[in-house]
Design a protein around this ligand. Structure first.
Ligand code: NDP
Ligand code: 2IT
Length: 446
């Protein structure tokens, strides 16, 4: 490791003990940014990177709620308001038992750079709870969301901080959260994105992250005169991002052969056709069942407890969660001829895996670039809310598409090497950093 990165990381680790995923996210960025800062000393003197890694504000609160048995349950709620230099805090809420302060700090840190890449005026934030919506009744989820919002409402607002969904937070949860905010504040405002279409939501927001991943992937392939048509694709996850990623890959002529959840992977060599994908939508969004049922229903292979990365593919799209693709998985993908990895999840690849992809010079894009379509379309939802005027599906989709093309161009601008190889890690990190850093310079030591 570069000694300057090592020194920076030693301080960060001492200051934030036990927050391994936060250390990992910052290190990945520091490796690109520190050499860039050395070439641009104005950023060094103003300690931009040090300030970027220190949240502007962290809110931690108790969330008491009553389960269906009448018992009291206590969860922990969080909101990390990371950086507001280019716009109101913006980022999703995650409800999952693995949520900790360190997980949300890593996500909020990534979000700041991602939101900058979209070119829209949004700062960085993330929040959530260790609450597990799995196996809970709709009433339990509602009571939890109402209790969570009872505290969170003091800290957010349409010009202050605008949360959205993430793992475990979808249309149902956003509805309950919005209802409670409106009730407590007596305001109908765009305080959350991902709202229902009848009450202030944007068309294409549900699809946006997954569609954006496929759009970004197409741009990557285009740099090699190629496209998604005819490619075999492996996707992990079967939630919001994975579902719409598969939908768009199908539309672009690819064949997607896997989806997964935390229990295992389905492998369908014939491809997850639109008809089969409709089964996944119903299974996951209505019945909230397990992906194993797909294999039982369509008679294909189910790999219990396995991830998709040993399956031969041209393109891999990890769309489940952080660190779901390690060094061994990366090696397996490379050995099987995979030449493009386009991330839908946030930080799904470990540092070891990323190093393998970059060393092999395949097309590899980090989530902060390729999954930015979700938050970008949240930004478009905010615009429509401010105008009090909704756009058509075509208008939003076209804007999403051009934002993804733009992000790709930014990655090329800052990441293209002399030999022609595009280092998307470097491109996304520096591209996201510059706008935030310049705004921080302009606004003084705050
Ligand atoms: P969902 O809750 O809709 O789906 C998550 C999927 O990932 C499920 O299939 C889930 O399986 C699986 N998963 C979650 N945690 C784990 C785990 N610890 N191990 C294995 N599998 C897991 O979430 P999203 O689709 O919204 O989010 C997926 C990823 O995309 C996350 O990294 C998120 O941060 C990122 N993202 C989301 C955006 C959005 O707009 N929603 C925008 C940009 C990024 P199971 O059901 O078994 O838990
Ligand atoms: O990680 C992400 O970018 C999201 N979960 C979406 C955030 C948002 O505000 O739409």
């Amino acid at each position: 490791m570069d000694p300057r990165v090592e020194q920076f990381m030693a301080k960060l680790k001492a200051k934030n003990p036990g927050e391994e995923v936060f250390h990992q996210a910052v290190q990945e960025v520091a490796e690109s940014i520190i050499p860039y800062i050395e070439e641009n000393p104005k950023y060094k003197h103003a300690k931009i990177l040090e300030r970027l890694a220190e949240p502007e504000r962290v809110i931690i609160f108790r969330v008491p709620w009553i389960n269906d048995k009448g018992e009291l349950e206590i969860n922990r709620g969080f909101r990390i308001q990371m950086n507001s230099v280019i716009g109101p805090y913006k980022g999703g809420l995650r409800f999952h038992p693995t949520v900790t302060l360190g997980v949300l700090k890593f996500l909020a840190f990534e979000q700041t750079l991602k939101n900058s890449l979209t070119t829209l005026p949004m700062g960085g934030a993330k929040g959530g709870s260790d609450f597990d919506p799995k196996g809970k009744s709709d009433n339990e989820v509602m009571r939890f969301c109402q209790s969570f919002m009872t505290e969170l409402q003091r800290h957010i607002g349409p010009d202050t901080d605008v949360p959205a969904g993430d793992i475990g937070v979808g249309a149902r949860e956003i509805g309950f959260l919005f209802g409670q905010y409106k009730r407590l504040r007596n305001e109908f405002t765009g305080v959350l994105t991902g709202k229902g279409i009848e009450w202030g939501g944007s068309l294409i927001r549900p699809e946006a992250t997954g569609y954006g991943v496929a759009y970004f992937c197409s741009e990557m392939l285009k740099t090699r005169g190629d496209s998604l048509a005819g490619k075999t694709v492996t996707v992990s996850g079967s939630g919001n991002v994975a579902q719409y990623c598969v939908e768009k890959c199908n539309q672009l002529g690819a064949k997607v052969v896997t989806m997964s959840d935390s229990n295992g992977t389905i492998y369908d060599p014939d491809g997850i056709s639109p008809e089969k994908l409709a089964f996944v939508f119903e299974l996951k969004n209505e019945r909230r069942g397990r992906i194993k049922e797909y294999a039982e229903h369509f008679g294909c292979q189910y790999l219990e407890g396995k991830r998709p990365w040993n399956i031969k593919c041209d393109v891999a799209m990890p769309c489940a969660t952080q660190n779901e693709l390690d060094g061994n998985d990366a090696q397996a993908l490379l050995d099987n001829g995979c030449f493009c990895v386009c991330e839908g999840a946030n930080m799904p690849s470990t540092i070891e895996a990323i190093n393998k992809f970059v060393a092999a010079k395949i097309l590899y894009s980090p989530g902060k670039a390729s999954n930015a379509g979700g938050v970008a379309t949240s930004g478009l939802e905010m615009t429509q809310n401010s105008m009090r005027l909704p756009w058509t599906k075509e208008e939003v989709d076209q804007r999403l598409h051009s934002i993804m093309i733009n992000i790709h161009q930014t990655c090329v601008k800052y990441g293209k090497q002399e030999d022609g190889f595009i280092n998307y890690v470097k491109g996304a990190n520096i591209g996201g950093f510059v706008k935030v850093a310049n705004a921080m310079l302009a606004q003084g030591y705050v």
